[in-house]
Design a protein around this ligand. Structure first.
Ligand code: G4P
Length: 536
């Protein structure tokens, strides 16, 4: 801990911080994230009935419609952060965009949370997007709680699912509940810690508090009504007790071990167990590393970092909302702070909080909370706001893009404007832009297709530029650095046609294919190739 950190003792800041839990749900599309979000919000009293959370239906719109919907109703802003209370804890649930809206935002959101809830479809197991998202969690050692969903269906063998999570995701699993049967024979889950069985009753809005509890593994009800499921369960549970890791809180906090729950989100079954785990086991806001020192959440002085920009609320005014994670201290309306990138003073007024579908102005928020700051483009991803101290916080990486395009102008006279617009969108983090050293035209890189559609839409509405996107022979862009200046100079000379600078001026190697990349890495041992670059 640094000597410059002053811990606030005059107010209830430490208590406010201690009762915060900030997490995101990660899953492959269709695993049940939206359904589970709704059930969690119902528990928190933030919504009254299911079917009211964003997203799900709006996913069915074409992209341009989706943008319109977003603009008109602010849906995606409203559902980006959902705050509710449960058992004395203030829970911030951050939405990670799924499926077709998968983008860098998804990754960045994960840098703003202290824990993640991973939802696995029990019929499908570990899927592609889960793997990607978990990699990001691992980078930051984020603790992960696992929920294996859809046990009311015919699904895969639960032991096999646990093996798969351990093998593919390299995450130790500590089952906390274990299913008895599945599909039509799904009797419920057995709580391995409390030694009691929670009886499953199908039904959309069953309050979990009314779930019937049966004591012991061999309750006559089970033996009588579910003889086959019960026998299988007994065998499985014996294996689990022998082979699976026991729950270890420290290993969980270190991101090495995940408590696993089984259930059925749509039937509101198992949801309360997850909330319980969040409240009891998930960490309160964690300290943040800055280059200068560690920033503690209960320091009196405010520190925040922008991890997401939501633009397009009103394209004519270029107004946008910067999502800022409070890393230390508290926000009060009218707080005077310093915007470190520009060195200028900034008054934090009109910050927005998010309550399910409504957004409202708030007068106070604490470390762990997310606030939205309306601005006109002044705030960018990675920007840090403090009360004067210079702090270079770690944590908002750019990820090496996976899809590359070049913009083609439908009106060639707007070339200059296009470059300027792309540069701005690159700085904002909407898309990554790479300007080849040989000035052969900006290359755009994204991790999700939707990023290109967003750029096309914003170019048209905000900059009046009509552009489309063509593919480009780039397989991978990796940032390069070297401690050996002479080697770097030689590398630059030999590879000029494959090098580009990103929006922040960082140098990247644009590999046309896997073998060129491999050969280049082998040929230039003095050069380091990076798949992430930190913003700021
Ligand atoms: P996502 O946000 O992760 O993409 O998933 P979402 O919650 O939208 O759920 C995907 C589908 O899985 C939905 O069905 C949803 O009803 C279903 N589902 C979620 N949890 C469970 C569960 O516990 N059991 C079963 N059997 N199904 C579940 P859909 O047909 O795509 O949509 P809808 O017509 O039900 O709205």
């Amino acid at each position: 801990m640094s000597s410059t950190a002053t811990v606030n003792t005059a107010t209830s800041l430490p208590q406010e911080v201690a009762r915060r839990r900030t997490f995101a749900i990660i899953s492959h599309p269709d695993a049940g994230k939206t359904t589970l979000t709704e059930k969690l919000l119902m528990y928190g009293g933030a919504i009254r009935s299911a079917g009211t959370v964003k997203g799900k239906k709006s996913n069915q719109f074409a992209t341009s419609d989706w943008m319109e919907v977003e603009k008109q109703r602010g849906i995606s802003v409203a559902s980006s952060v959902m705050q509710f209370e449960h058992e004395g804890c203030v829970i911030n649930l951050l939405d990670t965009p799924g499926h077709q809206d998968f983008s860098e935002d998804t990754y960045r959101v994960l840098t703003a949370v202290d824990a993640a809830l991973m939802v696995i479809d029990a019929a499908k197991g570990v899927e592609a997007q889960t793997i990607k998202l978990l990699e990001v969690c691992r980078l930051r050692k984020t603790p992960v709680i696992t929920f294996i969903n859809k046990m009311d269906r015919e699904v895969r063998d639960p032991l096999e699912l646990i093996d798969e999570i351990e093998d593919i995701l390299k995450l130790d699993c500590a089952p906390v509940t274990w299913p008895v049967g599945m599909g039509k024979q799904f009797a419920g889950v057995y709580d391995l810690h409390r030694h009691q069985m929670l009886k499953f009753t199908p039904g959309d809005n069953t309050a979990d508090s009314e779930v019937e509890v049966l004591d012991g593994e061999d309750h006559p009800y089970l033996v009588e009504h579910f003889p086959i499921a019960h026998a299988t369960f007994k065998e499985e549970v014996e294996i689990v007790r022998e082979a699976a890791s026991p729950f270890d809180h420290q290993a969980f906090l270190a991101g090495d071990l995940s408590p696993v729950f089984f259930g059925s989100a749509i039937n509101n079954f198992g949801v309360r167990d997850i909330l319980q785990a969040l409240v009891s086991w998930a960490p309160s806001p964690r300290p943040r590393e800055a280059r200068q020192r560690e920033v503690l959440p209960d320091e009196a002085d405010f520190t925040g970092i922008v991890f997401k920009i939501q633009a397009n609320m009103n394209p004519l005014h270029r107004d946008r909302i910067a999502f800022l994670r409070i890393c230390s201290g508290e926000y009060r309306q009218g707080l005077r702070a310093t915007h470190l990138r520009s060195g200028k003073s900034i008054k934090l007024d009109h910050a927005i909080t998010f309550m399910a579908q409504e957004r409202s102005h708030l007068s106070e928020a604490y470390a762990g909370d997310i606030i939205g700051i309306p601005n006109h483009g002044r705030l960018r991803i990675g920007d840090v706001i403090t009360q004067g101290e210079t702090l270079k916080l770690e944590g908002i990486p750019h990820f090496s893009p996976e899809i590359f395009r070049v913009a083609r102008l439908n009106d060639p006279l707007r070339a200059k404007q296009l470059n300027k617009a792309l540069q701005e969108l690159g700085e904002e983090g909407t898309i990554q832009v790479f300007e080849p050293l040989e000035k052969t035209g900006m290359v755009l890189g994204a991790v999700g297709q939707l990023q290109f559609e967003t750029v096309a839409h914003r170019l048209l509405t905000e900059y009046k530029i009509d552009a489309s996107f063509d593919s480009v022979p780039v397989h991978k862009a990796l940032w390069v650095s070297s401690a050996d200046a002479a080697a770097m100079k030689r590398f630059l000379q030999s590879n000029a046609s494959r090098l580009a600078r990103d929006a922040a001026g960082a140098l990247a190697f644009m590999a046309p294919n896997r073998s060129v990349l491999q050969l280049t890495i082998e040929k230039w041992p003095e050069i380091e190739f990076h798949s992430t670059r930190e913003v700021g």
